[in-house]
Ligand binder design. Structure first.
Ligand SMILES: [Zn+2]
Length: 344
């Protein structure tokens, strides 16, 4: 299945970017804190989103840990990659139980690989606490699609994860992978005030703000980070952020020890780039633009490579040392995950 996948062919452009720009930057040991492990069948309405089906359902209908390993070996040869992984948050109707059983099965025997379970605000407390007795669960993955308000764009944190669920995370010292909602993301006062309130009330919860606190370019971080930089239990992943100014804003704003690598696979392996303008951002790919490109090489490389380029350039001016690079790609994540006092 893997070898016949037309989405996973390395072009001469990919090879050149890896060899010339990334091979010397990416360390040998990696902890990826943001991988989705899932089956397309957990999306219980397969007709509902054509673009999702194309990127997940057609050639990526089952993303096991082994499949994710193969993708990593293809894109980042000779690297050892461990993961904090979690299910894909399909819109309702989503098979939550199946998603969580699958992630548990996939991380069961692998000592370094840990997981988060997918939760929604209606999920039964006993179900969650029952799952926590099993190995390898380090926390929760809530998502804005499950907002109680049905508004998946402008929802607040507590619209898609309840305080009762955060209390459980506090009790066990768990990680919550938070993809902030709202158009201004980390620059939004509701999000900032909620993070301050929740950090104070539930000091054992460890928050990871995904996608540089959903700041795909620097402006949101520049505005919001000074208000939350003193909160000790907040970390950040760089997954799919392709603008170096955002990585730089995070680096300057919170310091390297709070920043971690994430791939967002199987999104990171897609060809294209998250581009930004004004206060907007979106993924550009070869099927959704009309740019005139006859004057240059018009091929696109992997979002992953664009992200790694941004990480490299975003921290270059700070003259990162080899050991800081290991922290960024491995130690920060490993230490955070090891600090979770769940069953194992
Ligand atoms: Zn993700």
């Amino acid at each position: 299945m893997f070898n016949e996948n037309p989405e996973l062919i390395i072009t001469s452009l990919d090879k050149q970017i890896w060899d010339e720009e990334l091979e010397n930057f990416v360390p040998k040991n990696i902890f990826d804190v943001h991988t989705h492990i899932y089956k397309w069948s957990f999306n219980q309405d397969p007709k509902k989103n054509i673009s999702e089906r194309n990127f997940q359902g057609k050639y990526f209908s089952e993303v096991s840990m082994r499949f994710a390993d193969q993708v990593d070996q293809l894109l980042m040869p000779n690297r050892v990659v461990n993961r904090l992984s979690f299910p894909f948050p399909f819109k309702y109707p989503c098979n939550f139980e199946g998603s969580n059983e699958y992630i548990l099965e996939q991380t069961k025997t692998l000592t370094e690989n840990k997981c988060l379970i997918l939760i929604n605000p209606n999920m039964d407390k006993n179900y969650i606490e029952g799952l926590l007795l099993k190995n390898n669960i380090k926390g929760f993955k809530p998502y804005r699609f499950y907002s109680k308000t049905k508004d998946t764009i402008n929802c607040k944190i507590l619209d898609f994860i309840t305080e009762e669920q955060i209390e459980i995370a506090d009790k066990f010292g768990l990680i919550i992978m938070m993809h902030l909602a709202k158009k201004d993301a980390i620059a939004d006062d509701d999000n900032i005030n909620d993070l301050i309130y929740l950090s104070d009330k539930y000091p054992n919860v460890k928050w990871i703000l995904a996608h540089c606190a959903r700041s795909y370019s620097a402006w949101a971080l520049e505005k919001g980070i000074k208000k939350i930089r003193d909160l000790k239990n907040i970390w950040y992943d760089c997954s799919t952020v392709c603008e170096s100014d955002s990585i730089d804003a995070l680096y300057q704003g919170v310091g390297l020890e709070k920043i971690m690598y994430g791939s967002d696979d199987m999104i990171g392996r897609m060809r294209g780039k998250y581009i930004t303008f004004g206060k907007a951002w979106s993924a550009i790919n070869s099927d959704n633009h009309n740019l005139a490109l006859s004057h240059c090489d018009d091929r696109m490389t992997f979002i992953r490579y664009e992200q790694l380029r941004a990480m490299k350039r975003g921290i270059r001016n700070s003259k990162i040392t080899e050991s800081e690079k290991q922290d960024l790609f491995y130690n920060n994540a490993k230490n955070l995950i090891d600090s979770v006092n769940s069953k194992n």
